[in-house]
Design a protein around this ligand. Structure first.
Ligand code: ATP
Length: 354
């Protein structure tokens, strides 16, 4: 495990006038690069040959570094190169997936935006559940034994990235039959979770330790295949419905009924306060609580992403909510850069970068 003091001493050596905002070329890199530019920083994107053209095409990167493999970022020489540039790495979904939470915690000394301890809490389903329950959020019911299934459940597997390979079952027999047919290495490591019927909302929050405020920047609904396609044809398919899958293919912008906003804000606030108790100094920066709003107007949270999420790509030019908070187009990527800028001004960089 990298000691915080090692990262702090590297950060102490940084030239505050020459900070580079750096990230891996995928996921939300375009808005992170644009946001850095908009806030007056130099930026850098680290990508593979195949995706370099995207970043060239949009002309948003001051420096483009091509790697064969993302794990190269962890090599000493590469990290030294980043440190020479006074780089602050911005983690996103693919960044965490490619490097892995364990390697980030154990091998990455380059200062990174946000508290690294959060990675262990969001990637472990039991810890994540403990966190959200302590924050007073309602979670879907979970079943230990398939024999107890008494309503529609989603069977979640650890290796099922982006909802691929999840199955649904309404009773123990259906579970046994579908589970038996599966060809998955980790098929015994499932979680049985109540399938909550309602409207999904994925609010994008930003917590600033500098102002001690939780901001609601935007909100989306994920578009998922094939479940969203099935919905269009359900009356025709009826008896021959294919097994639904939940692979994210896009994102739809959404605003929520205004009377639901107090609860949305309260959930964000509670998650932050609890995170402070669980892993001080807690979650800082962007996060998203994945929820379903039921017909009783209650939010059931089934996951938290403790970093910038891809749904924020809808709002590179700001959202209806960010427009109420800022008089410039404030994407989550730009908000991250703004936080770094404010921290530099107040000589508080070590409160936002770890
Ligand atoms: P990611 O890491 O990209 O968020 P994942 O593999 O962790 O994906 P989930 O986010 O848990 O998968 O679930 C994928 C999708 O399945 C959700 O976006 C949602 O549409 C649906 N889903 C998950 N859990 C539930 C639930 N308890 N009730 C209803 N729908 C659910």
């Amino acid at each position: 495990m990298i000691h915080q003091s090692e990262i702090s001493s590297i950060l102490d050596g940084y030239d505050r006038e020459k900070i580079t905002i750096a990230t891996i070329g995928s996921h939300t890199a375009l808005q992170i690069l644009k946001g850095a530019r908009d806030e007056g920083f130099r930026n850098m994107v680290i990508c593979k040959k195949g995706s370099a053209n995207v970043y060239r095409q949009f002309g948003l990167a001051d420096e483009l570094v091509i790697v064969e493999n993302y794990k190269q970022v962890l090599e000493n020489a590469f990290q030294e190169r980043l440190i020479e540039r006074n780089a602050i790495l911005i983690p996103h979904g693919s960044f965490v997936e490619y490097l892995s939470p364990a390697l980030i915690e154990n091998e990455l000394v380059v200062p990174m935006f946000g508290n690294r301890k959060v990675l262990g809490w969001e990637s472990d389903r039991n810890k994540e559940r403990e966190w959200l329950l302590r924050a007073g959020l309602r979670l879907p019911r979970e079943y230990k034994d398939p024999a107890d299934i008494d309503r529609l459940v989603m069977v979640k597997f650890p290796g099922a990235k982006g909802g691929r390979g999840y199955i649904l079952a309404s009773n123990p027999e259906e579970f046994e039959q579908k589970h038996k047919a599966l060809e998955l290495i980790d098929k015994e490591m499932y979680t049985l979770q109540e399938y909550v019927i309602g409207t999904r909302f994925y609010p994008h929050y930003f917590y600033s330790p500098l102002t001690d405020k939780v901001e609601l920047l935007s909100m989306d609904i994920r578009y998922e295949s094939n479940i969203d396609g099935i919905a269009r044809l359900s009356h025709i398919l009826q008896d021959s419905l294919p097994e639904p899958s939940f692979v994210v293919t896009g994102n739809l912008p959404v605003v929520i009924r205004e009377s639901l906003l107090p609860r949305v804000l309260e959930m964000g606030q509670n998650v932050i306060e609890t995170s402070r108790e669980l892993f001080s100094p807690g979650l800082t920066g962007p996060f998203c609580i994945e929820t379903v709003c039921t017909e009783d107007l209650e939010f059931i949270a089934f996951e938290i992403s403790a970093r910038i999420v891809a749904g924020t790509n809808l709002f590179i030019n700001g959202s209806p909510y960010s427009q109420l908070l800022y008089d410039v187009p404030m994407s989550t990527g730009r908000r991250i850069a703004r936080e770094v800028k404010e921290a530099i001004k107040g000589d508080l960089l070590d409160e936002v970068v770890y």
